[in-house]
Design a protein around this ligand. Structure first.
Ligand SMILES: Cc1ncc(COP(=O)(O)O)c(C=O)c1O
Length: 491
């Protein structure tokens, strides 16, 4: 006999749910004014949360009090309007509610039987995404943990399609393999997750060829074609080209139509990595940048970036769903359990690497319905306009210089002069890093550096539905003040 209730009683649940919503209301109430990055160190946080394995049951109210005291103040506010690091979405409030409901329903979106509405909703949002980016509405695809897994899924499909033998069963150890598989992306803006995907697929990191890019960071088509030809002549097996659709540093979009042409001529799979920027296709004045996206065989999207969905939610679209299924289907009797009937839908475990899967579609569906396409368009337009505004502040200043032109929501620049005097080149990298570190430590804004053509750059990803002009100005002024102070301190 158990001497405790397995579930909270209705009144306990109501009271804990009320506590939770009060905690969240307090959290959101001052998200705009609080430190973006907590001030405690890793050791200090460990000390605060460290405790022995709980043996006796604890009161839900006390557990929630601890959450508010220990966890919330030591979390980075990715949703703060002055969070500009990595490429992080800011988290819609609808995502919060959706994840609570999804946890209550506890659906496993791996198979239809254990997530009927979850599966159907996922198919629906995949169609909506395709429509948003001007892709084929009959496309297949699935939601993933993030852009990295979306890229892994796409490249596994590409490899299966182009290997020329039964790679699923024989793998890379097959005697039928005629050479080394190679894939291509631009040298500057190609994303590291593609390299990781190549490693995970057993191809090795060196299988990713870095194509020298153009002055504006886009992939150079002539260099691409030459590399593909050279590899083919050397007995390698080129199988895929990855185009950037909103790149990680400077937000460029590669020449997609021309990549598609090269892929057609050489029978290569065309994968478009749109994790950062593909949803930008809904901005009317930017739509032409995305010309040719519809020709890609597969596309990575990352709703937890520029759709502001809370973590986790990535997505891969594959134009021909049969190809996705052919690459991943593996059925065992215990997975099916019954014969599929007319009343059941698809089983997502047959379309990707994961078996059990979270119900991610709910937060996408609820957020898209809340804002509508019109709302998202305005939010994206504002993000792009803010990158342009920052570019203007940089160009109007005497201290900074731009390192790129704003294309979408990413922007890079650097501190170069103090009191009208240019600082020595060899000091600039260290100085820019220290400026960013100091602003980050102040808690006023969270931004990071990157390297642009070997030079340390201040980088902002304005992938945030709460950011306003004021936040950009405050952040810019903090960088300016800090830059002048540090430059004066080490003349
Ligand atoms: C272009 C691009 N592709 C893929 C990824 C990987 O996405 P995730 O971090 O969701 O795995 C990122 C992440 O920043 C990215 O910018």
């Amino acid at each position: 006999m158990l001497d405790f209730d397995v579930d909270l009683t209705p009144s306990q649940f109501r009271s804990a749910a009320r506590d939770t919503s009060e905690i969240l209301l307090r959290f959101f109430a001052d998200i705009k004014s609080r430190r973006v990055l907590p001030s405690k160190t890793s050791k200090e946080i460990q000390k605060l949360i460290s405790e022995s394995l709980p043996v006796r049951p604890q009161d839900p109210h006390r557990i929630l009090t601890e959450v508010e005291r220990k966890i919330i103040p030591n979390s980075t506010l990715n949703g703060s309007p002055r969070f500009f690091a990595f490429v992080n979405g800011s988290g819609t409030m609808m995502s919060v509610l959706a994840d609570g409901i999804a946890a209550a329903l506890n659906q496993n979106a791996g198979a239809w039987n254990i997530g009927p509405a979850a599966t159907e909703l996922e198919e629906l949002v995949i169609r909506w995404f395709s429509e948003m980016i001007g892709y084929d509405k009959r496309t297949g695809g699935l939601l993933t943990s993030g852009g990295t897994m979306a890229n892994v899924t796409a490249l596994a499909t590409a490899l299966h399609e182009r290997a020329g033998y039964d790679i699923i069963n024989e793998g890379l150890q097959s005697e039928n393999r005629k050479g080394k598989f190679t894939l291509y992306m631009s040298d500057h803006e190609g994303h590291s997750s593609i390299v990781k995907a190549a490693q995970l697929l057993g191809l090795g990191r060196n299988s990713v060829r870095r194509v020298e890019s153009n002055e504006d960071f886009t992939l150079n088509i002539q260099n691409l074609e030459e590399l593909v030809k050279r590899d083919t002549n050397e007995g390698n097996i080129p199988f895929c080209v990855v185009g950037q659709v909103g790149s990680v540093n400077v937000g460029i979009v590669d020449p997609l139509r021309e990549i598609a042409d090269v892929c057609r001529r050489h029978n290569l799979w065309f994968h478009a990595d749109g994790a950062c920027g593909a949803f930008g296709r809904i901005i009317p004045r930017k739509a032409s940048l995305f010309d040719g996206l519809e020709l890609a065989d597969s596309v990575t999207l990352d709703p937890h970036k520029w759709l502001y969905i809370s973590y986790e939610c990535g997505c891969v679209l594959v134009k021909d769903p049969a190809k996705l299924k052919a690459s991943f289907t593996l059925v065992a009797p215990y997975l099916r359990g019954i014969l599929p009937t007319e009343t059941t839908g698809i089983d997502y475990f047959e379309y990707g690497p994961e078996g059990s899967r979270a119900f991610r579609a709910l937060k996408v569906w609820m957020s898209l319905k809340q804002y509508g396409l019109v709302g998202y368009r305005k939010l994206f337009e504002r993000n792009v306009a803010l990158a342009e505004y920052l570019d203007q502040l940089v160009r109007d200043s005497t201290e900074f210089e731009p390192l790129c032109k704003p294309v979408l929501q990413m922007y890079c620049f650097r501190f170069v002069a103090n009191s009208g005097k240019r600082i020595d080149e060899e000091k600039l990298d260290g100085l820019n890093q220290r400026i960013v570190d100091e602003v980050q430590r102040s808690g006023k804004a969270f931004l990071m550096t990157t390297s642009i053509r070997g030079r340390t750059a201040i980088r902002l990803s304005i992938t945030n539905h709460r950011t306003t002009k004021k936040d950009i100005r405050l952040t810019f002024e903090a960088l300016q003040r800090t830059g002048v102070k540090l430059a004066n301190a080490s003349p």
